[in-house]
Design a protein around this ligand. Structure first.
Ligand code: DGL
Length: 270
């Protein structure tokens, strides 16, 4: 048995790591579409086709539940997948609802009407495709009123992380934070709306300053998955745990090992 975790590349490992820390005995099957990363500069149809191919590979290996540990896929493809593609008995969950529930201080499944919340000015950092989908703002509007969201498309950050160029990634993060602050000088909260960004979370925190509350996904998604599996333990499926990549397994595992600070072996898939 294994829960599937999908990402366009290495970013979903930040979610996998938090899930393993919270539930060390939970078997996980990871799929990184490193051959096609980044998704954040692609058009929605392209993101949908790549995401369904990756999730299908996880279903074919016995997973019944797949976490889209990718905001870009969650924003551009998840709703369309849930409306007409996910087969009976399978489930695909995205990553930004747990984040928005934390921001709006809601418990899981609280469907009460939108209300005023503690934060008014929120900075959103995400890929260009996530920003242009406006999916965060849409999900937020179901739960909160009066929140001003200023979104910064962080071009180049995912590419730099995937290439292992952390110096470039840091420089890009600082320039994106500066650009955002020119439009919203004093955000109360910042959302790291891409699962790659926890790998440079300290840079975001430093550039934003200590007055800004930073919301990062891995622990929030892990808590929400824990809650889900307690209610739906039958969704553990029959897959075997492991790490799959459409990219070059040696190069992907070298970077994954560096990021997670433990040895990880990837199997190559088409
Ligand atoms: N980790 C993905 C996300 O959360 C990165 C998308 C990309 O490949 O650009 O959005």
């Amino acid at each position: 048995m294994a829960v599937g975790i999908f990402d366009s590349g290495l970013g979903g490992l930040t979610v996998l790591d938090a899930v393993q820390k919270r539930m060390p005995d939970l078997p996980l099957l990871y799929y990184g579409d490193n051959a096609h990363t980044p998704y954040g500069t692609r058009v929605p149809d392209d993101i949908y086709n790549l995401t369904t191919a990756g999730v299908q590979a996880l279903f074919d290996r016995g997973c019944d539940l797949v976490i889209l540990a990718c905001n870009t896929a969650s924003a551009a493809a998840l709703r369309r997948m849930q409306e007409g593609w996910v087969p009976e008995g399978k489930r695909v969950l995205g990553v930004f609802v747990p984040l928005i529930e934390a921001l709006t201080e809601r418990n899981w499944g609280d469907n009460s009407p939108p209300r005023q919340v503690a934060v008014n000015d929120v900075a959103l950092f995400a890929t260009p495709a996530t920003v242009s989908s406006r999916a965060f703002q849409r999900e937020l509007a179901f739960r909160a009123i009066g929140v001003d969201v200023e979104a910064q498309p962080c071009g180049g950050v995912v590419d730099a992380i995937e290439a292992g160029d952390m110096i470039l990634a840091e420089a890009l993060v600082r320039s994106h934070v500066e650009a955002l602050k020119r439009r919203m000088p004093r955000p109360q909260a910042a959302i790291l709306g891409c699962t790659h960004y926890p790998l440079v979370e300290d840079v975001f925190r430093d550039a934003l300053g200590e007055d800004v509350a930073v919301y990062s996904q891995p622990n929030l998604v892990a808590a929400s998955l824990d809650d889900y599996l307690q209610r739906r333990p039958e969704m553990l499926g029959s897959g075997k745990p492991g790490f799959l990549t459409t990219g070059d397994p040696k190069s992907v595992e070298a970077k994954a090992t560096l990021f997670l600070r433990r040895k990880i072996s990837f199997e190559g898939v088409e």
